[in-house]
Design a protein around this ligand. Structure first.
Ligand code: NAD
Length: 250
């Protein structure tokens, strides 16, 4: 059964070949969605879209921290397809800093992409979703929001991702009367470029010891959760946070 047949989905930060956004785009396309990939670099976004199964997908450059870019991407999607069913706010960056090392530029960079970007892209699609009386917004938060950043993200990353959870719940409450849903995913330690090559063997052992399932997650583990939240299977879920972390919070 295809869960997103005929649906139009925008996924931000989906050009990274090993990333969660790309894996989500792949799974959405396999389930019948037409996907718009938004990322910083036009050629990378186009290459990522060209690689997906099915037809009609396209890549477009855009910086989620720039409100005009977000509006342009939403409008390009509406011009092409006349509707937007799903938005996945996936773009994010990490900085492995300690609390006293965070300066204004670090704070701005990290919070701008995860939190301001999620706000701006959501604002860009909400009018269309409201008019349609349907839509699903899926926001990529992190286990770092729930228990601190650990080795990868700094405290400002944890704060930004916790902000994403608050924003998700506030949007869910406000948009529910128009049948527009907003939910968040909290991935744990997933093997992608964000985590690749950043750990010594000792650090890796320490991370894996904290995961009851004893392994890093795979991008497709997160993509499956995004598919569930995007599709009608989760039609009565809004304002939720879905943990995909191998049991890290047990
Ligand atoms: P990644 O680095 O592989 O991909 C991130 C993508 O976002 C890249 O393609 C990058 O070009 C894009 N991007 C960065 N800034 C952008 C901007 N301003 N505008 C548009 N695109 C931008 O990362 P990933 O591991 O796939 O992570 C995806 C999301 O999941 C992020 O929000 C990350 O914080 C979150 N996350 C990842 C993990 C993990 O273990 N990998 C865990 C928890 C949460």
């Amino acid at each position: 059964m295809k869960l997103l047949e005929g649906q139009i989905a925008i996924i931000t930060g989906a050009a990274s070949p090993r990333g969660l956004g790309k894996a989500t785009a792949q799974m959405f396309a396999e389930h019948g969605a037409t996907v718009v990939i938004m990322d910083l670099n036009k050629a990378d976004a186009e290459a990522s879209a060209a690689d997906l199964p099915g037809t009609g997908h396209f890549g477009i450059n855009g910086n989620v921290t720039n409100k005009d870019d977000c509006i342009r991407v939403a409008q390009a999607t509406l011009d092409a397809f006349g509707k937007i069913d799903v938005l996945v706010n996936n773009a994010g960056i990490t900085q492995p800093l300690k609390i006293l090392d965070i300066e204004a530029g670090h704070y701005d960079a990290v919070t701008d992409v995860s939190l301001r970007g999620t706000l701006y892209m959501s604002q860009a699609v909400i009018p269309a979703m409201r008019a349609q009386k349907s839509g699903s917004i899926v926001n990529m938060s992190s286990v770092s929001a729930q228990r601190g950043g650990g080795i990868f993200g700094g405290p400002h990353y944890s704060a930004a991702k916790a902000g994403v959870l608050g924003l998700t719940k506030a949007m869910a409450r406000e948009l529910a009367p128009d049948n527009v849903r907003a939910n968040a995913i909290c991935p744990g330690f997933i093997a992608t470029d964000i985590t690749a090559g950043k750990l010594t063997d000792d650090m890796l052992k320490q991370v894996l010891d904290g995961i009851p399932m004893g392994r890093a997650g795979e991008a497709k583990d997160v993509a499956g959760c995004a598919l569930f939240l995007a599709s009608g299977l989760s039609g009565y879920c809004t304002g939720t946070e879905l943990d995909v972390n191998g049991g890290s919070l047990i």
